[in-house]
Design a protein around this ligand. Structure first.
Ligand code: HEC
Ligand code: HEC
Length: 204
């Protein structure tokens, strides 16, 4: 009985701490918290973390709900700037600590930031092939080479290759759900995936 009470208290303490860690006091603090991983104004400086600047508010909100609804896996990662000694945390835990209103406010904020393409190497020949695959199989929902925010499907053009590779793997293995997408992605060969990654990286 006594043990149980302690256990409950401990759980409350841990949860309390977790929330204090995630819930920043003001919107500015919360944005700074997000930017400590996603980069200044949501433009990622780290190839494992996606740039979220310039996504439509609907896209960001949908993505946060995909984490909440269990439609999407999340990796535990460390902070890239600010206090980098903070414990690693994942997007599901972060999304859970936010209210719906906070999610919408953050989504509006990032929609107003400018998406800047990642400066990264790519293979020109593969990029050309990828452009053809994109035109055939992806253009319907990812307009303008995957750079149009208002198609509400994220921004692929100029996103970091390692992050996009992770996204492809998650969809193709069924870890990440998307009724619209999975069929299109599962039908691709590994060579087509490689070509597409180079095509998106070539748009700088
Ligand atoms: C500790 C690092 C970290 C922090 C802090 C963080 N994120 Fe993330 N975020 C990631 C990583 C890594 C991913 C890539 C997906 C994955 O591995 O889970 C991601 C993915 C996302 C995505 C999906 C992007 C896409 O292209 O699909 C959105 C939206 C997002 N984060 C918003 C936020 C917001 C808003 C905050 C602040 C409340 C935030 N993140 C704080 C690391 C972080
Ligand atoms: C029927 C519409 C549709 C088609 C066709 C489609 N997509 Fe998507 N895609 C979406 C939507 C909507 C999203 C937003 C996230 C989700 O639903 O999981 C998305 C998200 C993505 C993401 C994740 C972006 C991120 O930031 O996490 C990648 C990568 C992607 N699509 C690649 C492709 C590629 C490559 C093709 C062509 C082979 C393709 N998609 C075809 C609708 C589509």
């Amino acid at each position: 009985m006594k043990m149980m009470a302690w256990f409950t208290l401990l759980t409350v303490l841990i949860l309390g701490q977790l929330q204090a860690q995630v819930f920043a006091k003001t919107l500015e603090d919360t944005i700074a918290y997000c930017d400590d991983c996603h980069g200044p104004n949501g433009v990622s400086q780290d190839s494992a973390i996606p740039t979220i600047a310039g996504f439509s508010a609907t896209t960001t909100t949908d993505m946060m709900f995909a984490y909440l609804d269990g439609d999407r896996p999340a990796n535990k990662v460390g902070f890239r700037s600010g206090d980098t000694s903070r414990a690693a945390i994942d997007m599901i835990t972060i999304a859970k600590a936010l209210s719906e209103e906070e999610i919408e406010t953050l989504a509006d904020h990032y929609a107003k930031q400018k998406f800047l393409a990642a400066k990264q190497d790519y293979d020109k020949g593969l990029a050309e092939k990828g452009g053809t695959v994109h035109q055939e199989k992806c253009i319907k929902c990812h307009q303008a080479g995957g750079s149009a925010a208002d198609d509400d499907a994220g921004i692929l053009a100029g996103q970091w290759i390692p992050y996009l590779q992770q996204a492809f793997d998650e969809y193709r293995s069924g870890k990440r759900e998307s009724s619209a997408m999975v069929k299109a992605l599962k039908a691709l060969s590994d060579d087509e995936v490689k070509a597409l990654l180079n095509f998106y990286a070539s748009q700088q």
